[in-house]
Design a protein around this ligand. Structure first.
Ligand SMILES: Nc1ncnc2c1ncn2[C@@H]1O[C@H](COP(=O)(O)OP(=O)(O)OP(=O)(O)O)[C@@H](O)[C@H]1O
Ligand SMILES: [Mg+2]
Length: 336
């Protein structure tokens, strides 16, 4: 692969199917060194599949992976020492304590500095419970232990699949600070989530995936500046007419609503055009009962992955990726 200088992780044309279910349809990721990269996508988008491919748990049908500047192939699991990972619910010995589990891992895995385990127990807030059996841990405590395990060898690249799962607010703040701190020290953190607010506070770069494809990738601030959404709520019997009217602003593809909130219409225009959206509706004799604008990630994400263009007002929407072959979410592949 070329043009990979400065990247801690890259994939090119990564494809993976499970039987007839396409999970990844040619994924190109570019993750610069020393950044927190937020890997975002709705349920079923392919995030965990990507993480499993990146750690050699499964193998791609085609495409390539480069980790820490070197190709990562079928036989390269043994050299994952520079990479720490937390994927799905981490497996621990339930009858051993948290501390004993980390010791087991340290004994069998990548080299671990002396004192590292105690340091990580402190970092993850587990010290008080470190001597208790893992079987007595709560979900969030297991997740904290999983993060500690991923950090054990002080990896240059950290792969975390939904690490916020089960964490309480304090746990999330701590995790966010930990990940920022790692990036500030030159480590690379590749972290998946569907918690967009979390990413907005933590990531330098985001990649948004839907139905196994990357739909956007870039510095978070750049994405937020160049894209936006205005959301407008109208009476249910006005949705069809409002949608048609708003297409004059948002275009055919840029106007949509979702199953969850069928009377909220999203218009893909930058947030400074909120007044224009309202006026356009008013000129058509439609009164908005709610109006929101923003270029926050939540809206961007909804616009990119949340649904399909409204079909004459009858169409309703769903929020999951990969519902079947040929069914891509709105926004896929359309340039900014
Ligand atoms: N073992 C499997 N067998 C069959 N299909 C699978 C398997 N694992 C994942 N899939 C399918 O592959 C697609 C991507 O799944 P994946 O778990 O990678 O999504 P995800 O982005 O991690 O979703 P979530 O946010 O729900 O964790 C989905 O359509 C899913 O149903
Ligand atoms: Mg997943």
């Amino acid at each position: 692969m070329t043009g990979m200088d400065g990247l801690a992780l890259a994939t090119r044309g990564l494809r993976k199917s499970y039987g007839s279910q396409v999970a990844l349809a040619g994924l190109d990721l570019s993750v610069p060194k020393g950044t927190v990269y937020g890997f975002l996508g709705p349920n079923g988008a392919g995030k965990t599949t990507t993480m499993r491919l990146l750690t050699g748990l499964i193998h791609p049908d085609s495409g390539s992976i480069e980790l820490l500047g070197r190709p990562f192939g079928r036989r390269d699991r043994h050299r994952l020492f520079g990479v720490g990972a937390l994927i799905e619910s981490p497996a621990f010995y339930p009858f051993l304590s948290g501390r004993q589990n980390l010791r087991e891992l340290a004994a069998t895995g990548a080299p671990t500095a002396p004192g590292r385990i105690e340091e990580l127990l402190d970092l993850t807030g587990l010290r008080d419970r470190a001597g208790d059996k893992v079987s007595t841990y709560s979900l969030g405590m297991k997740q904290r232990l999983g993060i500690a395990a991923a950090l054990l060898s002080d990896p240059a690249l950290l792969l975390l699949d939904e690490p916020a799962n089960g964490l309480d607010p304090a746990g999330m703040v701590a995790m966010r600070e930990t990940l920022r701190h790692l990036a500030a020290n030159g480590k690379t953190v590749f972290v998946s989530s569907h918690l967009l607010g979390e990413m907005q506070q933590m990531a330098d770069i985001v990649g948004i995936i839907a139905a196994g494809r990357l739909v956007r990738e870039g510095p978070i601030q750049q994405l937020l500046n160049s894209e936006g959404t205005v959301r407008v709520r109208v009476a249910p019997d006005e949705v069809a007419r409002a949608t048609a009217t708003l297409r004059t602003l948002g275009g055919q593809e840029g106007v949509m609503s979702t199953v969850a909130e069928p009377d909220w219409i999203s218009v893909r225009v930058t947030s400074d055009r909120v007044g224009e959206v309202n006026r356009t509706l008013a000129e058509a004799g439609i009164w908005a009962t709610g109006l929101e604008s923003g270029n926050d990630l939540e809206m961007l994400f909804l616009g990119l992955t949340g649904g399909e263009p409204v079909q004459g007002g009858e169409g309703t929407f769903f929020g999951m990726a990969g519902a079947g072959p040929g069914r891509g979410p709105a926004g896929t592949g359309s340039g900014a």
